[in-house]
Ligand binder design. Structure first.
Ligand code: IFG
Length: 499
């Protein structure tokens, strides 16, 4: 196989005048520098030189979409071209995948790094390729969230939805309402110490995500899933009595007092503070599993919260129950309830009811110009057990191994939704049963790679037979990165020789 040999003397060149391009060049040099004597030099050069890797952000490259890139490797030179910094970053991630897993070591001895000769021209199918971390049921400190942002970058995923509040914990400081975190952030499922992000820490996560071209989508789940807030402020409760902190795993029992004007002043403060710290255009309001309000009370509430989100310049995202409300163009419905015919009569009745509400509400939402993110629980909920032997996770939506997560097509169940309304896919990791980072990673790997390919590759370029062999080869890289992953059956996992 013809190849280009990368050594410490291979300069990384970036076309002049682009600070983002230079930052990406430095990132690539550092990656390569891990496994050669010294870090390759980064220098400005408008045209690629012999023996160099040339990176170019050329806005005039109108042949390339916003996240697209083109790689050309010859025996004597490498070039990566994109119209935007995002596209260039994704081209560099593909170079990373073309290099052996040992490139991920941070202090290895020198070894030849080879890139196969060829041309790659690539662009994503959907603009929303996401993961959700439930940091409320079990809290994840800042460094653990940063490590997940690195995982998303490795697979060109670009949305990290942070589920920042629920019954068991409020995880982000709101200066005007300090007790939300002082009291509401103190614990978590099982009664262990919880935790929260200060505004500075949340801003640090947003900046870290931006540097890897990941957009943070903050979620404050309302009106349900609010016991932590209700326990923190008696006046938020309709009867003025604050409930105890909740460390169990039941859902649906709590709701803000939608009849109380204070509730909307509270929400205005919360949405204003978090929106001001969030660089991305989205604010997720939750809206799921409300059992204590009438449909009229619920939809009126959703429409008022949508006005608040809009006031602070964000587009509202919500779980699919919000489809019964009047949504603005640009709002996004996150489909989560399982829609495949499931096991057991009662579950399929529930599914059928949800599907009916959804179909009816969804049709109106799509007419209003709302978009849809697909997170069907029986395909993409990564807290679902892999199989009956999986100790971690739940199984209410069924068992989901990597082939189940991968081997479906949007049209299979969502055929009634025009492709143009589908913004993308997202895999939630709910953490009722996940206590530490390695638990989250075990549930995410290998299924995160399936989600990434669902979001990125056109249907005609995807097949389980092809994916499974490429997936097996990822094991070496995950080993080097120290990721505890599940060796799902039916996948030819590589033998661990870190080439
Ligand atoms: N459904 C709840 C989550 C979580 C989940 C666990 C949604 C939108 C079950 N709501 O999924 O809070 O408990 O699988």
């Amino acid at each position: 196989m013809d190849h280009f040999e990368l050594t410490e003397d291979t300069p990384i060149e970036v076309a002049g005048g682009s600070p983002e391009g230079r930052r990406i060049a430095v990132w690539l040099a550092a990656l390569i520098g891990n496994t050669v004597e010294t870090t390759p030099a980064v220098r400005e050069a408008d045209e690629g030189s012999e023996g160099a890797v040339h990176l170019d952000i050329d806005p005039a490259s109108t042949d390339l979409g916003a996240e697209a890139y083109e790689i050309d490797v010859s025996r004597s030179a490498v070039s990566v071209r994109a119209a935007t910094a995002t596209g260039l970053f994704y081209g560099v991630q593909t170079l990373r995948h073309l290099l052996p897993p040992s490139v991920e070591y941070t202090a290895a001895y020198p070894r030849p790094l080879r890139l196969p000769v060829g041309t790659i021209r690539d662009a994503p199918r959907f603009p929303w390729r996401g993961l959700m971390l439930d940091v409320s049921r079990h809290f994840l400190p800042v460094d653990d969230v940063k490590r997940f942002i690195d995982h998303l970058a490795l697979y060109k995923m670009n949305r990290l939805h942070l589920h920042l509040s629920d019954d068991q914990g409020w995880r982000i400081e709101i200066p005007e309402w300090p007790n939300l975190t002082e009291h509401g952030g103190r614990t978590e499922v099982g009664g262990h110490p919880g935790g929260y992000y200060t505004t500075a820490e949340y801003a640090e996560l947003v900046a870290y995500a931006d540097s890897r071209f990941v957009t943070i989508v903050p979620e404050i789940d309302v009106p349900g899933h609010t016991n932590a807030a209700l326990a923190s402020y008696p006046e938020l409760n309709c009867d003025g009595v604050a409930p105890d902190l909740f460390t169990g795993t039941a859902v649906g029992f709590s709701s803000l007092c939608t009849a109380n004007e204070l509730t909307y002043r509270f929400l205005d403060d919360v949405i204003r503070v978090i929106s001001g710290l969030t660089s991305g255009p989205y604010f997720h309001v939750g809206g799921d599993e409300v059992e204590t309000l009438s449909e009229a009370e619920y939809t009126a509430f959703v429409e008022r919260v949508q006005d608040i989100v809009t006031r602070y310049g964000k587009r509202m995202v919500g779980w699919d129950e919000i489809a019964t409300a009047d949504l603005r163009s640009g709002s996004i419905v996150q489909l989560w309830r399982p829609l495949w015919p499931g096991p057991g009569a009662e579950v399929s009745e529930g599914r059928a009811a949800a599907a009916e509400v959804l179909r009816e509400g969804l049709a109106r939402a799509l007419e209003a110009g709302a978009g849809v993110v697909l997170s069907p629980a029986d395909r993409l909920y990564l807290d679902m057990k892999y199989d009956t032997a999986t100790v971690l996770g739940l199984s209410w939506a069924g068992l989901v191994d990597v082939r189940t997560a991968y081997d479906w097509e949007v049209a299979d169940v969502f055929g009634s939704i025009p492709e143009s309304s589908i913004v993308g896919v997202e895999a939630p990791i709910w953490s009722e049963t996940l206590g530490v980072l390695s638990d989250f990673e075990y549930m995410a790997f290998p299924r995160i790679a399936a989600v990434a390919e669902l979001g990125w590759s056109a249907p005609e370029r995807r097949s389980w037979g092809d994916f499974r062999s490429r997936l097996g080869a990822q094991a070496d890289r995950w080993d080097v990165l120290g990721i505890r992953f599940r060796r799902s059956p039916g996948v030819p996992w590589s033998n661990g020789l870190h080439r």
